[in-house]
Design a protein around this ligand. Structure first.
Ligand SMILES: NC(=O)c1ccc[n+]([C@@H]2O[C@H](COP(=O)([O-])OP(=O)(O)OC[C@H]3O[C@@H](n4cnc5c(N)ncnc54)[C@H](O)[C@@H]3O)[C@@H](O)[C@H]2O)c1
Length: 457
């Protein structure tokens, strides 16, 4: 008999790892994770988990079957739960009002109605997904529209984990944010959710607030992180014109304790499923409240991100004598960052498309993301191959493009790679990852972001 029954609807990048960590630290609670995607649940119940995340396999194999369960019978699991976390996807709307900007809340609304239909007793519903500010009011209206007079308390508990470091972020979070209503029932629900995290998170890191502050803080945190990436990338373009070195500039700027060193690494820009959609959502909300200057301000963060990728493609074409038609180019990395297989909004997609539009032939290598690459570039089938071996990818290529900061790319034998490539052999390091001087000594023409090129040409 478990002390409390927790249900999580949505077994994705957030639901899976978050519930695994909760189950690990709260052995007296039963944690059930459900999803409508049968294939995903099947993989959560296998040795081949649906997502790659360092440290995740170990935790899942330790707690699965003990107090962590993955299931597909969403409706049947609802009424047994005291607390329901909802971590379904909230992508950008692609149709109708707000298309291209607003969050698509259809999955959330369907889930709320499912909860309502299958409940016979009061429940706490926790917003785990990233949602527009004031969503709890809308969800509340749906849940309250019941004749059964069941009380649902909505609590906001946005997730701040980053893919690639999800387990570390969940185990030792900077903070856990929980927002609830000021009412007695709101505060009682808040305490229930705080009690879960208190199992392993120090109390001073558990931050409580109103529901609205909590919902908005998540969007703002992502917007601020993305803004730093775009800020440093905008300066990388200026460095290339002035012979300043972006790594030196970032170091000098980041050592100012008011600014700090994180998220000041120039590169191809941010990717992933969250930053773009959350900023679009923020601009849409601002517009809806008549704050068009605020919306324009944040839009520019996205514009610089696309610009950085376009600019990189232009540099590649220009350096390779203004034509890449039929030339083999090896792409090292396709995931949006290291240590994940996720390719959603990966900068590599835009870079590859730019090169494929110029009729290059690509050989794409990534340790975890080749399936994603195949799907993301579907329309270019025949113009690219997927290579699990980086050496084969680079063989007979005119250039290597580093698109993801996987650490294993640093230790490859570039002298061996150089021998097998067409000459002149180029490296375009979109992540400023490799040892450029060494590559130059081997014979490569090295182009990087925001730093003078090392070129023999
Ligand atoms: N991925 C991240 O790094 C991250 C970090 C913090 C917050 N978030 C937010 O968390 C939310 C989830 O993100 P994700 O990356 O885990 O998404 P995801 O697409 O990986 O997972 C969502 C899952 O929900 C399932 N689902 C949808 N409707 C359902 C329903 N009615 N019943 C049962 N299952 C249903 C889908 O099948 C899918 O497996 C989003 O709002 C996102 O913005 C994501």
């Amino acid at each position: 008999m478990f002390k409390k029954n927790i249900l999580c609807i949505g077994a994705g990048y957030v639901g899976g790892p978050t519930m695994a960590v909760i189950a690990r630290h709260c052995p007296e609670y039963q944690v059930v994770v459900v999803d409508i995607n049968h294939d995903r649940i099947m993989r959560w119940n296998s040795d081949n988990l649906p997502i790659f995340e360092p440290g995740l396999d170990e935790i899942v194999s330790a707690v699965r079957g003990r107090n962590l369960f993955f299931r597909t019978d969403v409706d049947e699991q609802i009424d047994g739960a005291d607390i329901i976390f909802v971590s379904v996807n909230t992508p950008t709307k692609t149709f109708g009002l707000g298309a291209g900007k607003a969050a698509d809340l259809q999955f959330w609304e369907i889930t709320a109605r499912q909860i309502l239909k299958n409940s016979s007793k009061p429940k706490i519903v926790v917003e785990k997904s990233t949602l527009p500010v004031r969503t709890a009011a809308a969800i509340g209206r749906i849940l309250d529209s019941n004749e059964k007079k069941i009380h649902f308390e909505i609590v906001s508990n946005p997730e701040f984990l980053a893919e690639g470091s999800a387990i570390r972020d969940l185990e030792t979070p900077d903070r856990v944010l929980i927002g609830a209503r000021e009412t007695d029932s709101g505060q009682a629900a808040l305490k229930e959710v705080v009690d879960i995290y208190k199992h392993w998170v120090p109390e001073e890191k558990i931050l409580t607030s109103s529901v609205w502050s909590s919902e908005l803080s998540k969007l703002v945190a992502n917007a601020f992180l993305a803004q730093r990436v775009s800020s440093i990338n905008s300066i990388s373009a200026l460095c290339e014109k002035t012979n300043a070195d972006i790594e030196e500039v970032a170091k000098a700027v980041g050592m100012d304790s008011r600014i700090g060193p994180k998220f000041l690494k120039a590169g191809l820009g941010f990717g992933g499923s969250c930053f773009k959609k959350d900023i679009l959502n923020l601009t849409y909300i601002a517009e809806n409240y008549g704050l068009s200057e605020v919306a324009r301000y944040w839009e520019q963060v996205l514009e610089i991100n696309s610009y950085q990728q376009r600019r990189f493609v232009d540099i590649i074409i220009k350096q390779m004598f203004n034509t890449i038609v039929g030339k083999k180019i090896a792409i090292f990395g396709f995931a949006f960052k290291a240590d994940t297989g996720d390719t959603r909004e990966s900068p590599a997609i835009n870079v590859c498309r730019g090169l494929l539009d110029e009729k290059a032939q690509l050989a794409i290598h990534d340790p975890k993301a080749l399936d994603g690459a195949a799907k993301d570039l579907e329309e270019y089938a025949g113009q690219f191959i997927l290579e699990s071996d980086p050496y084969s990818a680079a063989s007979k290529a005119h250039a290597i493009v580093i698109a993801t900061d996987w650490s294993q790319f640093v230790s490859l034998d570039y002298a061996r790679i150089f021998e097998t490539m067409e000459k002149p052999a180029f490296i375009f390091d979109g992540r400023n990852l490799l040892d450029h001087r060494k590559l130059y000594q081997i014979g490569f023409s090295v182009h990087r972001i925001g730093r003078p090129p090392l070129s023999k040409l």
